[in-house]
Write a protein that binds this ligand. Structure first.
Ligand SMILES: Cc1cc2nc3c(=O)[nH]c(=O)nc-3n(C[C@H](O)[C@H](O)[C@H](O)COP(=O)(O)O)c2cc1C
Length: 389
């Protein structure tokens, strides 16, 4: 139980509305985001295509677009995740081309000054009319962090660094006097950043992590957690655990899950696709690198490594939404019943997958009441900041 004042929580806007399961497009800004495979239909990034997909998602009522933060790929034959657009500038441009959907900037604390991050997010908040969120990630890929000279920070130290980073961002956004900050890792002299963000008390903060230390960080500082889960009961356990931690910090908390959609006309066809992507189409070196470089694969028993390889090659180990539209809708209903507030969707090919999801899965979700069209959306933007008109 903490005795410090709780970090103010953002709850305004469609992300937090009582409209059932929220939907987000995840990873659109990174090549091969949905699977580490050499399959010909894998995702390639292209700005016009990114804009098209985001606008389709917005028109269908999706609540969010969440980019990956990525600086290099997993090499092998196809260097998956090797092409990526920077999340801050990407979201800023999309903000000007959309009007309702919430955009996130995914940010490694270790790669950007909190003063810069606070300023950039406040600027995108102004451009978007209050539609930007900050997805804070501690980082896990040593080879890319090494480019910033920060590879030596251990796992838990990365989170204590992230806490200081976020405390500074929150103070810069708050409407107070200049402040000095002296932490273990970071210091700021006469901290100042104006204008503050449009959203009140601040833009939504999300954190994506697997570990208990990460979830503790999220429960204390973030408005939303973004977790991974194997099945609905695993998801329910994570929801319970994070919400309990948040209660200990005097806060409420939303929990989203990263999920991977493989939609086909029949169950057989969907599972055949997964088998092909992780079989004859696999980029085995890249799969091994992805597991060893970001998931602690070098310390894994060989059987666990082998099983994970199949999932990484076909769905990037996201929550499996594999099968017909009906089957996928059922799986999403189960997640919602498990207490999950939103799903962030990756796909093998977003250009084909997002319209298909909108045409086939979304109507079933709405018919079954798993999600309801948001009532707070408006043509000017989706947030009515407290105390402002
Ligand atoms: C759903 C999800 C999404 C993530 N997205 C990113 C990302 O875009 N970029 C990144 O570097 N790390 C990402 N991560 C990794 C986390 O930020 C974190 O660094 C990593 O999981 C290791 O920390 P942990 O042991 O606390 O999980 C993601 C993790 C999860 C669970």
């Amino acid at each position: 139980m903490t005795h410090e004042p709780a970090v103010p929580r953002t709850t305004a806007g469609p992300l937090f509305a009582d409209t059932g399961l929220k939907l987000g497009v995840f990873g659109l800004n990174v090549s091969s985001a949905g699977a580490v495979t050499a399959a010909a239909e894998r995702h390639e990034i292209d700005w016009d295509q990114n804009v098209r997909v985001v606008q389709q998602a917005e028109n269908a009522g999706f609540e969010a677009v969440i980019p990956f933060s990525r600086w290099r790929g997993f090499e092998g034959r196809t260097n998956p995740w090797g092409q990526s657009f920077d999340p801050y500038t990407w979201s800023a441009a999309l903000a000007a081309l959309t009007s309702r959907i919430t955009l996130f900037a995914t940010s490694h604390c270790l790669t950007v000054s909190p003063v810069m991050a606070a300023k950039q997010i406040a600027t995108i908040d102004a451009i978007s009319g209050g539609r930007i969120g900050l997805n804070v990630v501690a980082g896990w890929f040593a080879k890319e962090l090494a480019m910033f000279g920060v590879e030596t920070l251990g796992h838990d130290d990365r989170y204590s660094y992230s806490e200081e980073w976020l405390e500074i961002v929150l103070r810069l956004w708050a409407d107070g006097d200049d402040f000095d900050y002296e932490g273990h890792w970071l210091s700021v002299a006469a901290g100042y950043s104006r204008p503050g963000p449009v959203q009140h008390p601040h833009p939504p903060i999300m954190n994506a992590a697997f570990s208990d230390r990460g979830h503790r960080f999220a429960a204390r500082y973030a408005d939303l957690s973004f977790v991974s889960a194997f099945d609905a009961s695993d998801a329910a356990a994570k929801v319970r655990n994070i919400r309990e931690m948040a209660t200990g910090f005097g806060r409420e908390h939303s929990v989203w899950v990263a999920a991977s959609v493989v939609c086909a006309d029949t169950e057989q066809e969907a599972h055949d696709l997964v088998r092909r992507w992780s079989g004859i189409d696999a980029d085995e070196v890249a799969v091994r690198n992805a597991i060893d470089w970001t998931m602690g694969g070098t310390r894994m028993p060989p059987e666990q490594h082998r099983q994970l390889a199949g999932a990484v090659a076909s769905t990037m180990a996201g929550y499996p939404l594999i099968g017909t539209a009906e089957r996928i809708s059922e799986a999403l209903a189960q997640l919602s019943a498990a207490g999950i507030d939103g799903v962030a969707l990756t796909m093998m090919n977003y250009e084909a997958g997002v319209p298909r999801f909108i045409d086939e899965v979304l109507p079933i979700l709405e018919k079954n009441g798993v999600r309801r069209p948001s009532v707070t959306q408006s043509p000017q933007g989706n947030i009515a900041p407290e105390g402002r008109s």
